[in-house]
Write a protein that binds this ligand. Structure first.
Ligand code: GLN
Length: 588
């Protein structure tokens, strides 16, 4: 151990006298935190985040403190400017960081609120290196990929280790081994493992086993070559997770084992599964959790009593998956209708609510560009409720308004999220308050009845480019309203926001007069955050994105309310499952 400490001390010497450059955060203690690196080979989109979060969950159950981090290869500073159609949804953290959707997987699986410390991009790493260079921090040296850029990556990881006091930091590297843009991340993790010493790091390679229909057998060559490429970077994987459509057979696993020096018991089949929530048990059944504990030499830190409790709670949840006796169809009006990843959190939140209520939620995607008041009925015949999700721009907005009018007038369950909240205000203003020209200035900048507009105080900061309301904000709930009842009759809830436009306060009085209730508001500003129609069985909108904070064991109440209302309408008069009765009791 003494020898390793010496090594860390010497590499952290950032003077001009040495070739080392590995800045270590002040107070960092080697050995306290272990690192588990997850990389992908063969192709991207294998579910590195899913694997990593499931493994982290098993460690967390054992009372270990875990902290995940995702390292993205792209040069954007954050994911805020990325098109969800290309990259999946933009996931917003409580501190306002706009990041990759994998952070959502970590938050859900671990029931943790993460922050910018759990996410970085090449853009952030380079920006920080360049700032230091301008600041003269490199003492006249030429700034290089190794050691300076890799040093910055290691600094970020160790900083997270120290601040989170984690037993294990789970590091997921975006993209695939062999990508130019993540090569320096892989080099940084090799260096970190060397500096931290034996049994401090565990490397997991996710790979893909092909099974071409024409051959009818599993082929492991692409996987072998991918792993070989990782080994050429100086990294010996400790665990190989084989993604595949079907369970990976012994032959393919043996081939991979012999090619990679990884014992067969650590070459693990991670085949497709109907729900990601059953993957922790897949890992556990293979004993992968204890393999990792042994590799990192931290078996003595775990608490098995805690694990028994946590695991039984988790199994109570997973046992319900696939056993529902009821089903409802929820329509989601969406711009990016062809790519499910753009709405990952909404899909998850519906799944959580459905499992809690014993009801399968089938999603029907509704493209609204061609929907009008005349043809809307045909588009919504087979849905029991609808969600109008968040979005930017004008495309399909009139169709969304037509859908909202239809569900409002026909007592169908409605949940509007952000843009869906704004569209509900416009629909109500036009068709109930008689403000025929009502619109949002995002859609019609010169509109004469801007019920949705950029607030004056936001307009002032527009020039600085920072006028998006981002991140977690408190919402004050009006007592006795549906929102208040659904959220456990509390006075305040916290949700996440990502928007620019709001209800123009000049229209609040007339909207309220005609029956719209703003049941959630910002604590000290006239910002309307939740709306509902008391005369309607379930009509709710929120300026927030409640889907981002729905967790498997703590489904988000608005989604529970939506699914419950859809069930009530569909199964009116039937004997209902207990969870639904409980929701009905709360809401009545
Ligand atoms: N485009 C709207 C706004 O900026 C809604 C944003 C959203 O749905 N996330 O206010």
């Amino acid at each position: 151990m003494a020898k390793e400490k010496d090594l860390l001390a010497s590499v952290s010497d950032v003077s001009t006298e040495t070739e080392f450059f590995s800045p270590i955060p002040e107070g960092y203690k080697a050995g306290k935190t272990k690192y588990c690196f997850v990389v992908g080979t063969v192709m991207s989109g294998l579910g590195k985040g899913i694997f990593s979060s499931c493994l982290a969950k098993l460690m967390q159950d054992k009372d270990l403190n875990v902290a995940p981090i995702k390292l993205e290869g792209y040069l954007n500073i954050d994911s805020g400017t990325l098109n969800p159609f290309r990259h999946g949804e933009v996931f917003v953290l409580d501190d306002g960081m706009e990041c990759d959707m994998d952070l959502g997987t970590y938050e859900r699986m671990l029931d943790l609120n993460l922050s910018g410390a759990n996410f970085t991009t090449s853009g952030q790493i380079f920006r920080s290196v360049l700032n230091k260079e301008r600041h003269g921090d490199y003492l006249g040296r030429d700034v290089q990929m190794i050691p300076h850029v890799t040093g910055e990556v290691k600094l970020k990881l160790r900083q997270l280790a120290m601040d989170s006091k984690a037993d294990i930091v789970f590091v997921e590297i975006g993209g695939t081994v062999g990508d130019l843009e993540n090569a320096y991340y892989i080099e940084a993790m090799r260096e970190l493992a060397y500096e931290e010493g034996p049994k401090s790091c565990c490397f997991v390679a996710l790979t893909y086993i092909l099974e071409p229909k024409t051959l009818g057998e599993q082929k492991s060559k692409a996987a072998q070559l991918g792993i070989k490429q990782l080994m050429q970077c100086g990294i010996q994987p400790d665990i190989i997770a084989c993604r595949a459509e079907n369970p990976v057979g012994e032959t393919a696993r043996q081939k991979i084992s012999i090619y990679s020096n990884v014992p067969l018991k650590r070459v693990f089949s991670m085949h497709d599964s109907a729900s990601i929530y059953t993957i922790p048990s897949m890992l556990r059944d293979c004993g992968l959790d204890f393999e990792v504990l042994r590799l990192l030499n931290i078996e003595d830190r775990i608490n098995l009593r805690n694990e028994r409790k946590a695991w039984s709670k988790w199994c109570d949840f997973t046992d319900k998956i696939g056993t529902a006796k009821y089903s409802v169809n929820i329509g989601i009006t969406g711009k990016y209708t062809s790519v499910r990843d753009s709405y990952a959190s909404i899909i998850n939140a519906l799944e959580h609510a459905g499992i809690a209520l014993g009801c399968d939620v089938n999603i029907k995607w509704i493209e609204t560009t061609d929907i009008t008041d005349e043809n809307v009925t045909a588009h919504l015949v087979d849905v029991d409720g609808i969600i109008v999700p968040g979005g930017f721009g004008t495309r399909g907005t009139e169709g969304k308004i037509a859908c909202i009018k239809h569900v409002r007038e026909n007592n169908m369950a409605y949940l509007g999220l952000c843009l869906g909240f704004q569209m509900a205000v416009i629909e109500f203003a036009r068709n109930v308050c008689g403000i025929k020209q009502a619109n949002s200035t995002e859609i019609e900048p010169e509109c004469i009845e801007p019920v949705i507009d950029i607030l004056p105080e936001q307009k002032k900061i527009e020039g600085l480019g920072g006028n998006m309301r981002l991140g977690g904000r408190d919402i004050k709930l009006k007592s006795k309203t549906l929102a208040w009842k659904l959220h456990g009759k509390t006075a305040k809830v916290r949700m996440r926001f990502r928007h620019r436009y709001e209800v123009d306060p000049r229209y609040i009085e007339i909207l309220e007069e005609k029956g719209m209730v703003f049941s959630g508001k910002a604590p000290d500003q006239p910002i309307m955050q939740i709306l509902e129609l008391p005369e309607h069985p379930f009509f709710m909108g929120t300026q927030a994105h409640p889907c981002l904070t729905s967790r498997p064991l703590r489904p988000q109440p608005m989604f529970v309310g939506l699914v419950a209302a859809a069930m009530e309408k569909k199964y009116y008069n039937e004997k209902m499952p207990e969870p639904l009765k409980a929701v009905q009791k709360v809401c009545s």
